[in-house]
Ligand binder design. Structure first.
Ligand SMILES: Cc1ncc(COP(=O)(O)O)c(C=O)c1O
Length: 451
């Protein structure tokens, strides 16, 4: 009988990387698959179990990326797989816009009850984060009769035409696709770490809000024309920057004052990742529209928009999706929710705290680390040219990702030059220790001579 990878020592590298099987697959991938993304390293995965990825050559990797913060319950959690298999035998698809089935109702009720804020809510299901963002834009315009939408520099909301119009993380994500959605305005996101306006942490959230109110509202985007402000309660792809305390709270007050709908994009932060079920809970934020995706169904394609009942009002036939709320995905989401409620969200908070301490210790040993920050299991390690100027070091990021991979640790980047640390929420202390010690080795091997 095959021993499960979760019981074998990981990482374990037994072939050159890429191995012969991986090399053959990569060659075929290059020939047949759209090359729209440059991958950081040549990993070709055969299977995933818990925290372990096994490649096609039998090498085992420790996964600290979770399929970009998606595989919340680890790879192929038996309870999630069980829920998927059982549902797959009963009903694969029906189309929730034309017919009814229990899974959509059950999941909608659970999400509506759990979402921040009192008052009744309703849920719309889609397939991806971007599609859910499109839904939020359409809903906000429909409900307010206004056209303008405000988003933030550094934000990532997806790549469909509406969503990419809000995205302002990296120019390459927008370049060449214009004209994008009109009436989208960007403003500054207040974070303690790299305030784009005032460098004074005590006042930066006020300055960012002042820029919104006194510059944007007073010039190109009068507030009575704004349908929605769309905000990530912790900047994700833009660099894992939690907001300055007070910023989101004041933003919500401002939105309410002008009848603007506040949309919280929790596609990456949601479902336990930050140590609370929703990141909004860290800031007492009660959005009018909450957008969920990624980890909601542990890897199955599902996203959701949860809105106040008075906001979730459409013209009959005015919006829909063939696959949104697929019954198999809904069952995977309910199994995920069960696991989060049984302890995984608490684990994210507890192990997140431990991870932060260990990463800070790593920073004290390595000049190449300019900052460590984050919430729960959504943490960033900035790689910099030197710790005084903190200039981002893109080459160092690429090198660290590659060398970590060669030692069996799977990581991704985010922002300018940050390591994105987003393991499955099942991660334990021993895996954190292993990952940090690999990073320690890698950074030591890359230390400039004389240091
Ligand atoms: C905050 C946020 N919103 C939206 C999206 C888009 O999600 P998807 O790639 O599923 O369309 C992402 C994806 O990274 C995201 O991080």
């Amino acid at each position: 009988m095959e021993i499960p990878a979760t019981r074998l020592p990981t990482p374990h590298i037994q072939s050159p990387l890429p191995g012969p099987q991986a090399e053959a697959w990569l060659e075929r991938e290059h020939a047949w698959v759209s090359q729209n993304y440059v991958k950081d390293y040549p990993l070709v995965v055969d299977r995933g179990e818990g925290m372990t990825l096994t490649d096609v050559d039998g090498n085992r990797f420790l996964d600290f990326a979770a399929g970009i913060a998606v595989c919340a319950t680890g790879h192929c959690h038996p309870r999630v797989v069980d829920a998927i298999c059982q549902q797959a035998e009963r009903l694969l698809h029906l189309c929730a816009i034309d017919f009814s089935y229990p899974q959509v109702v059950d999941l909608a009720e659970r999400l509506a009850r759990l979402a921040p804020g009192l008052g009744s809510k309703k849920v719309y299901f889609a397939n991806s984060g971007a599609e859910a963002i499109e839904t939020a834009i359409k809903l906000a315009r429909l409900r307010t009769g206004r056209q303008k939408v405000v988003a933030f520099f550094g934000a990532f909301h997806g790549r469909t035409m509406g969503a990419v119009s809000l995205t302002a993380s990296k120019a390459v994500q927008r370049r060449g696709y214009g004209p994008l959605l009109p009436e989208v305005h960007h403003t500054h996101y207040a974070t303690c770490y790299r305030c784009p306006v005032g460098r004074e942490p005590r006042t930066c959230e006020l300055e960012c809000l002042e820029l919104l109110e006194k510059t944007l509202f007073a010039s190109t985007a009068p507030p009575e024309e704004i349908a929605a402000i769309v905000v990530e309660p912790d900047l994700g792809e833009g660099g894992y920057f939690p907001p300055k305390q007070g910023f989101l709270e004041r933003l919500a007050i401002l939105a309410r004052e002008y009848g603007i709908l506040l949309v919280a994009d929790e596609v990456q932060t949601g479902f336990g990742r930050t140590g609370k079920l929703f990141a909004c809970e860290h800031f007492g934020l009660e959005p009018d529209i909450l957008v969920l995706g990624k980890g909601i169904a542990s890897g199955m394609p599902l996203s959701a928009v949860v809105a106040k009942a008075e906001v979730m009002q459409w013209r009959s036939g005015g919006h829909g999706s063939t696959f949104g709320g697929n019954p198999v995905c809904c069952e995977a989401a309910m199994a995920t929710l069960d696991l989060l409620e049984e302890g995984l969200t608490d684990n994210a908070a507890e192990i997140g705290g431990y991870l932060m301490l260990e990463l800070k210790r790593l920073m004290s040993r390595h000049e190449q680390i300019g900052d460590v920050r984050g919430l729960g299991l959504m943490q960033a390690v900035d790689l910099v040219k030197d710790s005084t100027t903190r200039q981002p070091d893109h080459d160092l990021l690429a090198e660290v990702l590659l060398r970590a991979f060669e030692r069996g640790l799977v990581l991704l980047g985010c922002g300018d030059s940050s390591l994105r640390i987003a393991p499955p929420l099942i991660v334990g202390q021993s895996e954190v220790d292993r990952a940090v010690s690999i990073l320690d080795e890698v950074l030591t091997s890359l230390r400039p001579r004389g240091c």
